[in-house]
Design a protein around this ligand. Sequence first.
Ligand code: F6P
Length: 320
Amino acid sequence: MKRIGLLTSGGDAPGMNAAIRAVVRTALYYGMDVFGIERGYAGLIEDTMYKMEMRSVSNIVQLGGTRLRTARCLEMLNPEGQKKAVKTLEKHGIEGLVVIGGDGSFRGAKCLTEDYGIPTIGIPGTIDNDLEYTDYTLGFDTAVNTCLEVINKLRDTMTSHERISVVEVMGRHCGDIALYAGITSGAEIIVVPEISYDMNDIVTRINRSRENGKHSNIVVVAEGAASADEFAKELQELTPYSVRATNIGHIQRGGSPSMADRMLAAQFGNKAVRLLKDGIGNRVVGIHNNSIIDMDIIEAVSMKKRFNYELYETLQMISM
Ligand code: F6P
């Protein structure tokens, strides 16, 4: 394969730029041409691509966001949009496509592969960590670290005022950001979409922690389970301690990627191009048990994300 396309799609994630760099540099190493497609599938449909060179990706490894920009493209869900996308690829002689994005973006890639025979490779780029086939998605580590910075600050002020902080984090339908941020920040309670909660149990846990000498509490709620504002109001009705709500919001999507995310980006980007170079498409790359893996894209998108109940129980035991 001599000519490939590259796009980022869906919600951006820290590490996408580092992955773009790895894809471009690996492709150039093998003497392949790379075309960067701006604004994800929307750009593919509208034909917004340009040839990327060695220096097109200089100085971006440390940057959050995505140099290629991104979009959520509804048109890609219907055959007319898909046909336009295929036409653009044909027009530029693009033989394979690397798609950096989450679940929805992979569905677009799956369709290009399955229905139109275009070899695609998916790189999992989303802060949500909601893809079952890979232990981690690109951006998750940085997003959790950003949440930790915020929660550390909240802990300071909540302890001074002996308050309860309800902090909302993202994750769509997946509780992983709340789970990992909760366990690593020392939050007493996490509320995730995978497990139903009982407000009276939460109040009991808070009371017990206060009896044991705690001066503040952190409750991390995943957006898929509750909104911080509503949860805080409900909790305030049942407790004498003062409750405050914070929604971290899009802050957790930005910022310089962590070492872990830059490393994943380098490995994912490199692996994606090596597959295409060998004429292999219709795969996604990921990490499992510390090894970089690839898997059939159709199989990967059909896997149901499992929640780590063991980590949840660990939190229950050690955050008192
Ligand atoms: O998928 C990433 C994500 O940040 C989710 O956690 C969140 O639900 C969603 O995107 C927010 O989307 P938008 O930026 O379009 O509001």
